[in-house]
Design a protein around this ligand. Sequence first.
Ligand SMILES: Nc1ncnc2c1ncn2[C@@H]1O[C@H](COP(=O)(O)OP(=O)(O)OP(=O)(O)O)[C@@H](O)[C@H]1O
Ligand SMILES: Nc1ccn([C@H]2C[C@H](O)[C@@H](COP(=O)(O)O)O2)c(=O)n1
Length: 238
Amino acid sequence: MSTTVETVSAAARTAPAAVIVAIDGPSGTGKSSTSKAVAAQLGLSYLDTGAQYRAITWWMLNNGVDVSDPSEIATAAAKPVIVSGTDPAGPTITVDGEDASGPIRTQEVTSKVSAVSAVPEVRTRITALQRSIAAAAGGGIVVEGRDIGTTVLPDADIKIFLTASPEARAARRSGEVKGSDLTATREALIKRDAADSGRTTSPLAKAADAVEVDTTELTLSQVIECVVTLVGEKRVAT
Ligand SMILES: Nc1ncnc2c1ncn2[C@@H]1O[C@H](COP(=O)(O)OP(=O)(O)OP(=O)(O)O)[C@@H](O)[C@H]1O
Ligand SMILES: Nc1ccn([C@H]2C[C@H](O)[C@@H](COP(=O)(O)O)O2)c(=O)n1
């Protein structure tokens, strides 16, 4: 009996405490790449909340919902079953049991996701899902999105807000697609950020207690190192 207690106490002394990391910022600032790498390095789970908003948008487009009508979106918001896998080495997302990881990245979904994610009934549903996933991640989790530090997990242990110039973000995104138009990519990013920042419910915003990291002049490795260091400092301090 005493051996068990001592073993548990020793484990509690050596295992790092579960940590909740919130990473927010506009599109193309490096949230997904950074969050996945930080989670993998620190042995944490990883949640891409943008993928969930994309998934519900994809389902609506496939199920005849008029996504220009907020009341139709609100009525349908509770219907799809969205399941997120949180392994940073291979995050997954399914909708009604179907793998949605590819289709949610199409241009059609990207152009409609801001309108769908602005509807309060959608946000209430997806926020509850995100909180339940974070609560179930026993060893800690990195959650990335637009409103994680402000709304979804306001008590997160550490909050990071990534930024980068529109030019840097457009260049990064254009680099992913051969032959893409840099100016059009930049305009599309700016338009989506304006919609995400301007909505009434839970807009894209930096939490008052978030650390802002401007990634414009940093390599991805430098950003990852910076965030790993910030999380480490926080763990030592608490
Ligand atoms: N610091 C960096 N320097 C250069 N390229 C980067 C940097 N950070 C990310 N990238 C690249 O930029 C692209 C966008 O990154 P990522 O998808 O992580 O951004 P994001 O903020 O999650 O975007 P979104 O919100 O639109 O999903 C990727 O191709 C990624 O490899
Ligand atoms: N916490 C979040 C995450 C994402 N969204 C919306 C707004 C984005 O334009 C869209 C897609 O996100 P991405 O895949 O580009 O990260 O989803 C949001 O409203 N709140």
